[in-house]
Each structure stands twice: as C-alpha cells, then as structure tokens.
Design a protein around this ligand. Structure first.
Ligand code: 5GP
Length: 187
C-alpha cells in the first residue's frame, strides 16, 4: 500500500512552500487537492489550489461520506475528498495532505499508518510576522488564525516528526529526509 504523508501545523508557518520544495525533490509524491468553502484568493483557481465548494455542496458531500477528514477552521470548512486519495493509493502513488491539526487527528485515527509531520515556527512572533507579511488575510482574519495557532502549537507534542521552519533550505532537507526514510520503510 502506498504511503500517506500528512503535513500539518499552524496557518502561515510555511507548509505550502515546504511542500512545493518537497514535491520538487521527491517527484514520486502527489499532493491531494483539498475542498474548502472559503472564497478563492487572488491567483487561486478551482481544482488546482482547492476544490471551491458552496456550503450546501460541502454539506451534501459530508453527508454522502465523501471526505476522509474535514474540519471547521477560521469560519470555513476544509476537507480531503476520498477521491483525491483512492485512485492514487491504488496505483501505488504516495500522497501528501496539507491539512490543519483537527484533520490530522482524524487521519491518525482512521489511517494509523499515515506519516504525520508537524511544521513549527521558530517562535510565535515569527508566525505573526509571516501571517501579517504575506498579506493574504484581513487583519481580523490574522488575529483569528493566530488564536487558533496557539492551540495548534500546543498540539505539536502529539506528532512523531516536528520540523522547525527556521531556515527554508534546512527545513526542506529535514522534511525530505523524513519522507525518503519512510518511503524506504516497508509497512
Ligand atoms: P488557507 O485558508 O490558508 O488556505 O487554509 C487554512 C488552513 O486549512 C491551513 O492550515 C490549511 O493547511 C488547512 N487545510 C487546507 N486544506 C485542508 C483540508 O483538506 N483539511 C483540513 N483539515 N485542513 C485543511
């Protein structure tokens, strides 16, 4: 069975950047495209950044059992569709999920063989600076995300692998090493 890699950690910690670098370094991996009810940001397109769903459609798909995990986050819902995983795993393709902590906990229950990596900021101040600096969220959204981040940071002890995103190249090396080691381990 192909492996599932869960990359989690607070919003703004740099999960997206690290995952882009990981996919470039380990081309066998494929990233699952999540579904969300939040509005697309500038430059995001449907089916690539996310599957953008209305609240009604998201509800209907939850009821139909189409999600392997989903969570309420910062006023919206986010989830991984079973269809993003099944075909890839059947073909033996390892899949990366970029999800927040509640979703990672659900995957831990339902897919105990999934490899979970928590990406941590070097400090809370660094996380604030990143969230404010990237300018993708309104100030009120940044504050909500930072409040959630406090709880998420407290959960990092639950994770086998913790990668501190202090310097990008160093963090990428560490993440690549975790993934390569797990891929080489037969489960
Ligand atoms: P953003 O709005 O910044 O794109 O994402 C907000 C948070 O939702 C991030 O921490 C992101 O990793 C998380 N997220 C994205 N997709 C999923 C998903 O499919 N499931 C869960 N549980 N969280 C997700």
């Amino acid at each position: 069975m192909a492996r599932v890699f869960v990359i989690t950690g607070p919003s703004g910690v740099g999960k997206g950047t690290l995952i882009r670098a990981l996919l470039a370094r380990v081309p066998a991996l494929e990233l699952a495209v999540s579904a969300t009810t939040r509005q697309p940001r500038q430059g995001e397109s449907d089916g690539v950044s996310y599957h953008f769903l209305s609240h009604e459609e998201f509800d209907a798909r939850v009821r139909a059992g189409e999600f392997v995990e989903w969570a309420q986050y910062s006023g919206n819902r986010y989830g991984t569709l079973r269809s993003e995983l099944d075909a890839r795993l059947a073909r033996g393709v390892p899949v990366v999920l970029e999800i927040e902590v509640q979703g990672a906990r659900q995957i831990r229950e339902t897919m105990p063989d999934a490899v979970q990596v928590f990406i941590a900021p070097p400090s809370s101040q660094a996380l604030r600076a990143r969230l404010e600096g990237r300018g993708t969220d309104a100030p009120a959204q940044v504050e909500t995300r930072l409040l959630t981040a406090d709880a998420e940071l407290a959960a990092q002890c639950e994770f086998t692998h913790v990668v501190v995103n202090d310097r990008l190249e160093r963090a990428v090396e560490e993440l690549v090493a975790v993934v390569r080691t797990e891929l080489a381990t037969v489960k």
